[in-house]
Structures are given as structure tokens and as C-alpha cells.
Design a binder for this molecule. Structure first.
Ligand SMILES: NC(=O)c1ccc[n+]([C@@H]2O[C@H](COP(=O)([O-])OP(=O)(O)OC[C@H]3O[C@@H](n4cnc5c(N)ncnc54)[C@H](OP(=O)(O)O)[C@@H]3O)[C@@H](O)[C@H]2O)c1
Length: 260
């Protein structure tokens, strides 16, 4: 397929690499900053364009991969006929594209994407389309790019976006505050990497509920108290520790919340 990219950030760059790996062609790149469009166009063998009015009418697919709050603004400036227009956002309605093209949909990559990454991670996709024909076309296209593809309407995609925030952004935040805690106590955070990888990796073989371990899972009040004592001067970690401990106690021991 011939593809136009609108945007040149993490998502546009990762999708460009993935599409090229699967022998699709990036024909044009537009970005708010022309220099950024030129960089991505240079990497993908495409033409960089300065204005949305220069978009070719011949492309099969036009990927609008800009920040969530800019999707509607850019869509309002598009009037495509042949190309299927997609956005890539988890929490933006498909309807924002309805006046921008006859054929439109969503190609939402369910992955944390960074343009600096040297290799592409596996990227599951959630797809949607405004007609059955577009739904099938985008599903099939995503299937070429990935082993994991599912159809999702706005509501399903928004729920999955929330789920992605929980397992990715929230866990990373826990890593970040723990990294600081380790620094403060001259402990090497890198010693925790095998543990992090093991716990995430074993989800392939079981469900998260059954795999839970730790003091709260064992209802070990003495250890929990020792940990909370260590955190007395660290308000942020104290609250996180307490909130998550309470959630685990509720799930496995139906206990009243800790009041410490
Ligand atoms: N990154 C991820 O992990 C990920 C995963 C799934 C879905 N998504 C979705 O993919 C979309 C793009 O995200 P991203 O991660 O690629 O963001 P990003 O790396 O921050 O890049 C943002 C892009 O949007 C452009 N932009 C920002 N504000 C704009 C405005 N007001 N008008 C026009 N263009 C504007 C930027 O253009 P310039 O750089 O030229 O200024 C840049 O090309 C979002 O809808 C996001 O929800 C991201």
C-alpha cells in the first residue's frame, strides 16, 4: 500500500518502520515542523510536504499520528476521497474523522512506542472503520503487520487504553519511584531487573491473580509494618505502598483497609 504519514513523532516513526518492513511504501510525510517531516521522510524514502494541501490523492492510506488534542484540528483541514484516513489514538473517537474522508477508521497500536528504539517491539493493533469494507480492509492491513489484531469500537478501545495505562504507565511509575528510593539508599536498581523481567514474563504461563506473591498476599502484617516504618519520611512512597497493599489485602483476604 502507498501510505501518507501526518505526524513525525514516536508513533508515526514506529509505524513507518513497521510498514516498510512489510513492503508498504511511505509516499509523503507532513508534520507541524517541516524539519521533522524532512527527517522522517529522509528515513523512509518519502517526500516531505510543507502543507496539507499538497497531500496526494493517490495514496491508499493516510495515517494521522499527531498528539491526541491535535487530531480533530488536523482532521478538520482534510478532505480526502480515495485514501482511508486513520488516527492512532486510544481515547479519541472515530467520529472526529467523519468530515475528513469518505473512508476512515482507527489503527491503534497497543504498545509503548519510542522513535529512538533501535528495534521494534511486537505491536498488537485495535482497528475500527466507518463501513464494513473499511473495517475489513484495516483489520487485514493490521494482520499483515502484527500477529495480534482485534476489532474494537470507541468504547472498547477506550477501556483497553485505560488497561494499557494501568499495566504500562503505572508499573513504569512504580519503577521510577523505586529507582529514586534505591538511589537514596545507595542500592543498585539494576539488581531488580531479573525480578521485573521474571514477573512480567511468567504472565505468558498463568493469570495475574494466581501469580501474586509478597507480604500482602501472605497477609504478613509484621513485614508490612516494617516496610511502612521505613517509609515514614517518604510521603509519596508511603501512600503508594499503603494503597496497593490495601488493594491486595482486599482481593485475597477481604480485610478491612490498613489504618496505619
Ligand atoms: N507513543 C505511544 O506509545 C503511542 C501508542 C499508541 C498510540 N499513540 C497515539 O499516537 C498519536 C501520536 O502520539 P506520539 O506518541 O507519536 O506523539 P509524539 O511522539 O509526541 O509526536 C506528536 C506528533 O504530533 C505533532 N503535533 C503535536 N501537536 C500538534 C499540533 N497542535 N498540531 C499539529 N501537529 C501536532 C508533532 O509534530 P511536530 O513534532 O512536527 O511538532 C508530532 O509529529 C497520539 O494520538 C497517541 O495517543 C501513541
Amino acid at each position: 500500500m502507498n501510505v501518507i504519514l501526518l505526524g513525525s513523532g514516536n508513533t508515526a516513526t514506529a509505524l513507518a518502520k513497521l510498514m516498510i518492513q512489510h513492503e508498504h511504501r511511505v509516499v509523503q510525510v507532513w508534520s507541524r515542523s517541516f524539519a521533522n517531516a524532512q527527517t522522517l521522510a529522509g528515513e523512509t524514502g518519502a517526500e516531505a510536504i510543507r502543507s496539507l494541501s499538497q497531500i496526494t490523492a493517490d495514496a491508499d492510506l493516510c495515517v494521522l499520528a499527531v498528539s491526541d488534542d491535535a487530531v480533530a484540528d488536523i482532521a478538520a483541514q482534510l478532505h480526502l476521497r480515495k485514501s482511508v484516513l486513520v488516527h492512532t489514538a486510544g481515547s479519541v473517537s472515530i467520529d472526529v474523522l467523519k468530515n475528513a474522508s469518505l473512508n476512515y477508521g482507527v489503527l491503534y497500536p497497543l504498545q509503548s512506542l519510542r522513535k529512538e528504539a533501535t528495534s521494534l517491539p511486537g505491536i498488537p493493533f485495535l482497528t475500527d472503520g466507518n463501513t464494513n469494507e473499511v473495517k475489513v480492509m484495516l483489520y487485514d492491513f493490521a494482520k499483515q503487520l502484527s500477529g495480534k489484531v482485534a476489532f474494537a469500537d470507541d468504547d472498547q478501545r477506550l477501556h483497553m487504553h485505560l488497561a494499557a495505562v494501568m499495566v504500562s504507565n503505572f508499573t513504569n511509575h512504580l519503577y521510577a519511584v523505586t529507582e529514586l528510593f534505591c538511589k537514596e539508599h545507595q542500592l543498585p536498581f539494576s539488581m531488580l531487573l531479573p525480578l521485573i523481567q521474571n514477573v512480567a514474563g511468567r504472565l505468558e504461563d498463568g493469570n495475574a491473580f494466581d501469580l501474586q506473591t509478597g507480604p500482602a498476599r501472605r497477609n504478613d502484617a509484621a513485614t508490612i509494618q516494617k516496610h511502612l516504618d521505613l517509609l515514614k519520611n517518604n510521603e509519596q512512597l508511603y501512600q503508594l505502598y499503603q494503597t496497593i497493599t490495601n488493594s491486595i489485602l482486599q482481593m485475597y483476604h477481604k480485610k478491612e483497609e490498613l489504618r496505619l
